[in-house]
Design a protein. Structure first.
Length: 570
């Protein structure tokens, strides 16, 4: 393969003298410009611990690229902190940022004609955005996750940001003092790195290793471990190898690879956001994938990793146990993964998984013959409230049925006020609507509300239903991604206070006890709410975004399919 298969167009020949002059103005030599140009997409930002250390890692990636015979050119894109914006108007920006990050990586790589690209990512949306951009570009590329934060310690126990969110509810309920809350706040996040449980960032980092876009064993190394620098350097070498071998993202992103990724989410008790993000990456790659595929794979995959939010351990403990390759090896030996899928190193899934070194006596990842739960945590439910489906994460601790009166709220803030002012009663079904991709806009996560419910002591007696999303730190009987969303006239828009809602996880059903005729009559009188934003980025997003059942990606109207994909072969 011509290693300068794209960059020749910007660096070579008489007509490119002006371009070379500009490159030379910032220190690039003729020798540099004669080599493959490798983009380094850095999502560093000075607003959160998740991405704060990425300048250091990006510098190591560039050292590796130079040592392997390429010329790195770093560029930045944006990131939004889910944890910091949670429960605020700013949280609407989170999912929107996924599209902008993907767009910006794609745009710079096309504009600068890079031959390959390494994406250095951290907080939640930067990871799937990188995968989406690589699928669009289809040039040799890999994803390096900055790594998880170390656990904090409070009263002798490991704690994460999840504990702080739940402590807010406990404080509101009078179960924790203001001083105790401040003490927990001060120690929960001890340094750089992404949120410490198997929340969305660590779930998607696991996904990237198992799908093949990240070198296996690299993402699981915690952010501040000295080994992370070596991992970053080796990414520079691996991207040059991939360029020489002609390995492209669409060679990696096959239907079988997506099933491996889904199995990884299921067996680690990963975030429901993985459903949304994998659907999005699949559509960018042209791979047929539907919500029901997550149910099918989850049903055949046992829960093996004992990780927060429902389990005992934090993501850094996975690394101590042998890393994500141990999870891959479990899936492989259990015949729960496709062994021949290609990875960015040029090796197959099986070749990478079989060299995993498990730490003797580790308790983080259960053996195949003694799983924590016989089936994975992802459940897709359908019914007259969610014809296109909705998503729940069932760790094995939740009750599997619930029947109760709807308590309907038009925003997350209204629901949060009701919870913290003790207006939610045991047995209620908290319904938060108009928080979907279009209606939000931006499909906010509901960690503030769900954590407050748990902190108030209602986690075992209250269910929650929303067309918004959940954080990977959410636990309890919580159903999100309800599709169609309320802003599109989905049945959730017809719910009224006091309607009886029935949830049956075993039957995969979510129903309101109303006749089809009654629902249709209510919806006939429904009027779409006025958009929250009439101009700017949110307005553009709301005009172009697809249903959550299609990954909530943005597409020109002529490109987006009219009917969401509910089922796929296999």
């Amino acid at each position: 393969m011509d290693l300068k298969h794209r960059s020749r167009g910007i660096t070579e020949g008489r007509d490119r003298a002006p371009a070379r002059a500009m490159f030379k103005a910032i220190g690039f030599s003729d020798s540099d410009l004669s080599k493959p140009l490798i983009g380094v997409a850095n999502t560093w930002i000075e607003t959160m611990p998740c991405n704060f250390h990425l300048r250091r890692l990006s510098a190591k990636v560039k050292e590796g690229i130079r040592a392997a015979g390429g010329t790195p050119m770093e560029f930045n894109t944006i990131a939004i902190s889910d944890g910091e914006t949670m429960g605020t108007e700013g949280m609407r920006a989170s999912l929107v940022s996924r599209e902008i990050i993907a767009d910006s990586i794609e745009l710079v790589c096309r504009g600068q004609m890079f031959d390959a690209v390494v994406c250095v990512v951290g907080c939640d949306k930067t990871i799937p955005a990188a995968g989406m951009a690589l699928a669009r570009l289809n040039i040799p590329g890999l994803v390096l996750y900055g790594g998880t934060i170390a656990a904090g310690t409070y009263q002798g126990k490991d704690v994460t940001i999840q504990d702080v969110f739940e402590a807010v509810g406990a404080n509101a309920a009078g179960k924790m003092s203001d001083q105790e809350l401040r003490e927990l706040e001060n120690v929960a996040c001890p340094g750089s790195g992404a949120c410490g449980g198997q929340y969305t960032a660590n779930t998607m980092a696991t996904v990237m290793e198992l799908i093949g876009l990240s070198p296996m064993g690299f993402n699981g190394v915690p952010a501040m471990e000295p080994r992370k620098d070596d991992v970053a350097f080796r990414c520079g070498e691996i991207i040059l190898q991939a360029l020489k071998k002609g390995i492209r993202p669409k060679d990696i992103l096959t239907r079988a690879a997506f099933e491996n990724a889904i199995a990884g989410v299921a067996c680690t008790g990963g975030s429901t956001n993985a459903v949304l993000h994998l659907l999005a990456i699949a559509r960018e790659a042209g791979v047929v994938l539907a919500m029901d595929d997550f149910q099918r794979v989850s049903e055949r995959t046992p829960l093996l990793a004992n990780l927060k939010p429902a389990g005992r351990f934090v993501a850094a403990d996975v690394d101590k146990a042998g890393g994500i390759p141990v999870i891959a090896k479990r899936l492989l030996h259990g015949k729960l993964a496709h062994e021949s899928t290609l990875t960015i190193t040029g090796k197959t899934f099986a070749e990478e998984a079989n060299v995993a070194l498990e730490t003797p006596g580790q308790q983080v990842i259960a053996p195949l013959d003694r799983p924590l739960k016989k089936t994975g945590g992802l459940v897709i439910l359908h019914g007259n409230l969610a014809p296109e489906g909705c998503v729940a994460k069932i760790s094995g601790h939740e009750r599997l049925t619930h029947r109760g009166p709807a308590r309907v709220f038009e925003s997350e803030e209204d629901a949060m006020t009701a919870v913290t002012s003790k207006r939610i009663q045991p047995g209620d079904v908290v319904v938060i609507r108009n928080e979907g991709p279009k209606g939000g806009p931006g499909m906010r996560e509901m960690l503030g509300v769900t954590a407050a419910i748990v902190g108030e002591g209602l986690g075992e007696s209250v269910a929650l239903l929303t067309d918004g999303r959940f954080s990977g730190a959410t636990r309890g009987l919580m159903l999100g991604h309800v599709a169609p969303e309320a802003a599109l006239g989905g049945p959730i828009a017809a719910l009224r206070d006091g309607d009886t809602v029935q949830i049956d996880v075993n039957q995969r059903k979510i129903e309101v006890e109303l006749s089809d005729t009654s629902l249709k009559q209510r919806l006939a009188g429904w009027h779409a709410p006025q958009p929250r934003y009439a101009s700017g980025v949110f307005a553009k997003y709301a005009a172009l975004v697809s249903s959550a059942s299609a990954g909530a990606i943005t597409r020109p109207p002529a490109v987006e399919t009219e009917v969401p994909l509910l089922h796929s072969p296999g």
